[in-house]
Design a protein around this ligand. Sequence first.
Ligand SMILES: [Zn+2]
Length: 874
Amino acid sequence: MKSPSNFLSARATVSAAAAFVLLALLSSQPTFAQRLPTTVIPTHYTLKLAPDLKAATFSGEDAIDVNISQPTNSITLNAIEINFLSVTIFPNGPQQTGTVSLDADKQQATFTFPNTVPAGNATIKVRYTGILNNELRGFYLSKTARRNYAVTQFEATDARRAFPCFDEPAFKATYDISLVIDAADTAISNTEVVADTPGPGADKHTLVFATTPKMSTYLLAFLVGDFECTGARQDNVDLRVCATPDKVALTPFALGIAKFALHYYDDYFGIHYPLKKLDLVGIPDFEAGAMENFGAITFRETDLLIDPKTAPIDAQRNAAIDVTHEMAHQWFGDLVTMQWWDNIWLNEGFATWMEAKPVAAMHPEWNMPEEVAGDEQDTLDIDAGPTTRAIRARADTPDEIDQMFDSIAYGKASDVLLMVENYLGEETFREGVQAYLKVHEYANATAEDFWNAQTATSHKPVDKIMESLIMQPGEPIFNFATPADGKVSVGQNRFFLSPAIAPDPRQKWTLPICFKTAAAQDCEILTPKTSRVSVPTAALFFANAGGKGYYRSAYALAQHAALVAQAASLLTPPEQISLLGDEWALTHANRAPIGDYLDLVAALKSDSNAQVFSNAARKIGTITDKITSTKEERDQLAVWVQRNFAPEYAKLGPSAPGDSPNTQELRAQLLTLLVIRGNNTELQTQARKLADRYLDDPTSVDPTLAQAALGAAVENGDAALFDRLQKLYETSTDPAVQDSALRLLVQFDNPALLERGLEYSVSNKVRNQDAAIQLAIGLRIPENRDATWSFIKTHWSQVESDLTTDLGSYMVSDTGSFCTAEARDNVKNFFATHPVAASDVALKHAIENIDGCVELRRLQEPNLKAWLAAQPGS
Ligand SMILES: [Zn+2]
């Protein structure tokens, strides 16, 4: 699964806590731990479903072949919101009719039979009805202005809403699916259609799909409507990208990515893609970003359907990454599945680590290694919070399971894999991956299975490294003394962003640490006992060569000064990003004054890498938002921004057709920084002109620059601009264009227009999949935060009705953008009386984040003041 694309806007600042839950899709129904017994094992399902898209209902016939290990007169499986009509069992003996008892809390149904059912094989036949819900999970109704669609989203525990089943990942079975649908409609499922017959009745036809391989329930999909597709054949697989008919013109971009990735993965994994076909389908109402159903991947439309002529580089890159992420899951997750949800990182960490590889190979100009390095810095900051979790953590209830889909399972787990791969070498690591997949294909695996495979193929202590990173929360910081005679003393402890938290001295890590050498890198294993290591010869002492190590580094004064002085010339862009991340973390922990961070940014200002710049620019935004408290400070900081970056912007000149993506992104980011943080009114006027030109003719302006110009223009935007954006949202058929226009409606400074934007967001003009994200953006923008929060509180019943989906936690987590004790108490008190279901983790992190910000301001504002006063021109 993948969260919705990053919705950071030019003006938004994001906090660690907010980012934490960005990925967490929290379930809204509290339920209780209950695993199914293992005495009844499903082997095959024959499932026939007949959805009624107008009435929003469906009927089903579910025949489950099971193996019963002990004689019994009752069988328990999962079902919720299912209306049972009849249950019959055909065992190794006379058939029996069962009665059904339901346990809604446990989401279980128990079938009880009058006589004992003998051990052995049996078939349970169930007839039932259900509802196509509006909750974007289970078998649900997805609507456009034109018509309804019936689609599915089962991960993690919602297959049980569509059919009674043994809904746990280790109960793998095969499936024969058939769908009875309207004569004019089509349907997509995991496998190819093997029969299409008219009836039952004049206005229906019945599609029968090929038997699936052995797979988990959460990976099934049934999608019914008038989808249209474009297709291609690659590596003997039928690949298709599908959408509603009005959007089929936007499918070729993703088809190109999918073709490339399929061949790349076939080669990398050494196991051919297991099915005959693979469909990628854009769904009008979709809660997550994308979902890796075996052979039938579903997407939020913005994450799949891209017009490369009008989409900014980051929208193209995000969509490409979503495609490669979900396709990687076809092996990691679908072919080999985690035994239980406590190891969801085996799915998500892998797909996140893998997603960058084919994209980097296909689009080297998109700076993927730098993207990865930037994401790692965000994850390290999240993992340095007071209540982070270990990668493998207990999860029993649907609620707990859904909360596992967070930055730790995705980001940290992928960072760990990246570090281990970097240590072993790509080829050795790949051999370990192939060995692991081969042993567990069409079955399930645990963390130990993976690291034992890697240890066996590499003959290196991968088990110790991974255990230390997977089983304990947090991250280490390595404190280096001055190197002398080819050696350096080093100490390690757990790192917290807050200087008030004392680390437990017993917590230590075993991991590889890679020093920069003259040629490439030299890695050594540090264990809890290591106090001194050899240092290779290099022009510079830098302890995270390649920027792929999951740790923080702190240097002695002279080494630190040399690093800052030579960072621009001797470090690679990912290394620069890692150094910026370390410097920021040390500032947060009050081990360095904030001026040190800004001096490093200034030292890197001529760096031409857009991702290095964007990491620095985001933090300048954070400093403005979180550390300054007066207009005078912000004005002084704006002067510094102007002095350092206006010449860099001028150097790039106006956009030209031959610009590289890097130049396009750098120019756009500089424009944003100079207008929003540098108060450059001349550029703001230019931005408005660019924005208008784009709205007149989207193909007349570089789309990446246009996006930045729009973000800058709405700051001082007027009603005319608001009207144009609203109209664009309502009339465009390009999801990326619509999405961007909608997001901008809550970014106007003008209070009346902001109010209009917020009201619009919770109106029926905006899909539920977007409403909570709109409110979250309003909270992230410093100037709009108070007004957005008071809107949420005063319009609570309306807001709450839009939060029926799991996305409510987005909004809750972004209340963590505040930075005062009063606001914290206000947030706490409000949600105490207006609870958002299953957002307890989101709220906890939001409160921690506000406290962290208050502490940061208290410690660093005096340093910032002094540093600003010492800048020329102050
Ligand atoms: Zn995923």
